[in-house]
Ligand binder design. Structure first.
Ligand SMILES: [Zn+2]
Ligand SMILES: [Zn+2]
Length: 440
């Protein structure tokens, strides 16, 4: 792009208008590559592999980019007047064509269109380093190396694997309303799913996290039972209802001992705290601090341990004292209605003392869940129980990690990155529950 401007003596904005807005570059990537190659007077194969490698690996095109104000480049490539999308990938450490370490160049953004500002900056960067700029021809060329082709192949297969995994995803554990995956996690998982091999490893940044996984497979009967949950309640709805049965010992759900252990651990940690915490409200710099003088602790301020415990209880159905009366009533109405759907799907039965209508529906009551018994014969029973046990462990890790950080004086909104994540995916015959674990 920068070279196109230079050859034609036009600004980056005019070049962008010409190439993109007027659709001189076709939407289909193969046609686009041929056109760019013609404009740059380059071999289409070189453009495809070196200059626009990510058209083939869509996942990497939108993610894994560094900050807007940094341009990563290879000093050897720059000397020949080249810059490749490869160099922008934050997961790559070395240039695929020369094997040398990538360098970073920080630019000052002026608040204009980022793409144009970056194009100008790349132009300046290569102009400074390449004596024949806007160079092309034999003296200023780069060759498509075997490593570059292999890296591109890996990016393509990893991108496909991730897209496929997302397509097959039935459900994913979300703790405290947040999707915990960031780019580092995704890259680490892709490296585990599609190992790039010894030869390519040195090109990747080794500080990126590595992940391992454990999987539990379930048969076609489980898959059919999940399919039957749509459109009435869906997997997520039925599973959430199941989790809320955690408040009732007689409900027959299998995760109660795990839940008790996780709660006991938090209660144990809380034990000697005496709730002498003050929430020092300084906007983004707010922290929780232990204070010795109880007078300083305002009654309305919750101690972080009590907060963590309430998070667990909110998730696993142990009635929370923090909910408003109106919220409670809404929940009761909702749970009464959902209990009928659960019963229709043969996931629960009503207890003997439940008050039922002539049609067998539960009448509205203040604690509808106390009249529900989990049907442990259901094909979904083992799946739900394992998912719950894994999730309790995940949540316990996340909350304890968060408390450790609070005790070190970290910001309470600072998200702790859990070491695990859980998802349910469709397999060829049945479904698989997958637990990812970060190993470094
Ligand atoms: Zn290079
Ligand atoms: Zn406390």
């Amino acid at each position: 792009m920068a070279r196109f401007c230079e050859i034609n003596g036009i600004s980056a904005k005019r070049a962008a208008d010409f190439l993109y807005k007027k659709r001189a570059i076709a939407r289909r990537s193969e046609d686009g590559v041929i056109q760019i190659a013609a404009v740059l007077n380059e071999d289409p194969h070189l453009v495809d592999t070196s200059l626009r490698p990510l058209t083939n690996a869509p996942l990497f095109d939108v993610r894994f980019r560094g900050a807007d104000n940094t341009i990563r480049f290879c000093p050897v490539c720059a000397r020949s007047g080249y810059q490749s999308n490869f160099h922008l990938l934050t997961c790559l450490n070395r240039c695929p064509f020369h094997g040398c370490e990538l360098e970073k160049h920080t630019i000052v953004l002026g608040g204009g269109v980022k793409f144009i500002e970056r194009t100008v900056a790349v132009g300046n960067l290569v102009r400074e380093r390449c004596d024949g700029w806007p160079a092309f021809g034999k003296d200023y060329s780069i060759a498509v190396t075997d490593d570059a082709t292999k890296i591109l192949d890996w990016l393509v297969s990893a991108s496909r694997a991730a897209t496929e995994l997302r397509r097959r995803q039935v459900w994913k554990s979300v703790i405290a309303g947040e999707d915990v995956d960031d780019d580092r996690d995704l890259f680490g998982k892709l490296r585990r799913m599609v190992p790039p091999g010894k030869r390519l490893e040195p090109f990747f940044l080794d500080r990126w996290d590595l992940w391992d996984f454990e999987r539990c497979d379930f048969g076609i009967d489980v898959k059919d039972s999940i399919d039957a949950l749509y459109p009435s309640i869906g997997f997520a709805g039925a599973y959430a209802f199941f989790k809320h049965l955690g408040d009732y010992k007689a409900s027959g759900v299998g995760f109660l001992p795990n839940l008790k252990r996780a709660r006991d651990e938090l209660i144990g940690r809380h034990g000697s705290c005496g709730c002498h915490w003050a929430f020092v409200d300084r906007g983004w710099n707010s922290v929780w601090r232990r204070v010795s003088d109880p007078e300083l602790v305002r009654k309305t301020e919750m101690c972080p341990f009590a907060f963590a415990l309430s998070e667990i209880d909110e998730e696993w159905g142990v009635a929370s004292s923090f909910r408003s009366r109106r919220r409670l009533l809404q929940d009761e109405i909702l749970m009464t209605r959902l209990s009928r759907v659960m019963r229709d799907n043969d996931l629960i039965r009503y207890t003997r003392d439940a008050e039922l209508s002539p049609e067998g529906d539960l009448y509205f009551s203040p604690s509808p869940l106390s009249f529900c018994e989990w049907n442990s014969e259901s094909p979904l029973s083992r799946l739900f129980n394992i998912a719950a046990q894994w999730e309790i462990e995940l949540m316990s890790d996340a909350l304890n990690g968060w408390l450790d950080e609070i005790e070190r004086g970290e910001h309470p909104a600072e998200r702790y990155r859990p070491q695990k994540s859980i998802e349910l995916i469709e397999a060829d015959r049945g479904v698989s529950l997958i637990r990812w674990m970060r190993t470094i």
